[in-house]
Ligand binder design. Structure first.
Ligand SMILES: [Zn+2]
Length: 321
């Protein structure tokens, strides 16, 4: 179907019932202070010419290789990591890098932009993603200093490299005869959360809002309920493989599992706040313990504090604008 028809269909997608137990995985983990189970970086061709780079300990990227050039989705956490991604692409093709899409304004997904800009790519992002990159650059650098230190990366090599093109609702592209539908349906984890859809391949890159079996950072979202709605809508799309910003390739059920977990988190937090509980009280009561095997659970004290802030002030802890 055409992108316009697809977009209308997406707007009409009924909210799906969420009914199964969440899949969990054994290695509760995170970036930084708790060492992850060491899963090596992998690159898989998920459809002809479409590659997914999965890096469990850091962040994911994808790239589409065509006769007319390459499109890259998300550029990793430091120019050094971007150079590695470029080297991986160069093992497959010597075609020019034509486009980069930044799915959201967290440094672990766009701090490698300068490398692809040097290669001649045009960078595309949602207008709010571009705005957040400018507004939050110092915050994002600060959040990643521990990582840079741990890896021996020079923070000064990270240069704020902003998008060349911004959009508000959709940005359809064709590259080498392949259809790519870049679109926005509202804030999920972040204002500006962008999806990159490959309709013929039935693949969706879902950078910020979706991470398979992982507790996401809720300090940027303006609405947890809006985020859950975004997840339910993408779960209703013609997609077989959901590529998250973190975690391995997901299924529709993985997307619905995250929607349910966030919905439970929202409901549980609202009840606790209504009872007058403080963030410390909530952490002690551990109302989300049934999700303790989901990655990043060890950061629950931070997630509770962030969402408490949103519920009690009406503003995200890291607001935009
Ligand atoms: Zn990230």
């Amino acid at each position: 179907m055409s992108f316009a028809a697809f977009f209308r269909a997406l707007a009409l997608v009924a909210t799906l019932a969420v009914s199964t137990t969440p899949a969990v995985h054994a290695a509760a983990s995170g970036e930084g202070e708790i060492l992850e189970k060491d899963i090596p970086i992998s690159v898989r061709e998920v459809a002809p010419g479409l590659y997914f780079q999965y890096h469990h300990q850091e962040s994911n990227s994808a790239f589409l290789v065509t006769d007319a050039g390459v499109l890259v989705i998300d550029t990793r956490q430091h120019p050094k990591r971007a150079e590695e991604l470029l080297a991986t692409i160069r093992k497959i093709t010597d075609k020019p890098i034509r486009w980069v899409v930044n799915t959201h304004a967290h440094g672990d997904h766009y701090f490698g932009n300068s490398v692809f800009k040097r290669e001649g790519a045009k960078i595309i992002a949602h207008v709010d993603t571009a705005g957040m990159m400018k507004a939050n650059f110092d915050l994002e650098m600060k959040r990643r200093m521990g990582y840079f230190k741990q890896r021996g990366y020079d923070p000064a090599e990270v240069k704020l490299t902003l998008p060349d093109v911004t959009f508000t609702r959709r940005y359809p592209l064709t590259l080498g005869g392949r259809e790519i539908e870049i679109f926005y349906i509202g804030a999920g984890q972040n204002p500006g959360d962008t999806f990159v859809y490959f309709p013929k391949e039935r693949v969706l890159f879902a950078g910020g809002p979706f991470s398979k079996q992982s507790w996401p950072n809720p300090s940027f979202t303006p609405s947890m309920q809006g985020w859950v709605e975004v997840l339910r809508r993408i779960a209703g799309m013609d997609v077989d493989q959901y590529l998250g910003g973190h975690g391995d390739i997901g299924t529709r059920q993985d997307v619905l599992d995250e929607a349910r977990m966030l919905s439970d988190f929202d409901a549980g937090m609202r009840v606790a706040v209504a009872k007058g509980m403080s963030p410390d009280d909530i952490v002690k009561a551990a109302p989300f313990e049934k999700y303790k095997d989901v990655r990043n659970y060890y950061r629950m004290n931070l997630f509770v504090a962030s969402y408490y802030h949103l519920l009690t002030t009406g503003k995200p802890e890291n607001p935009y604008p």
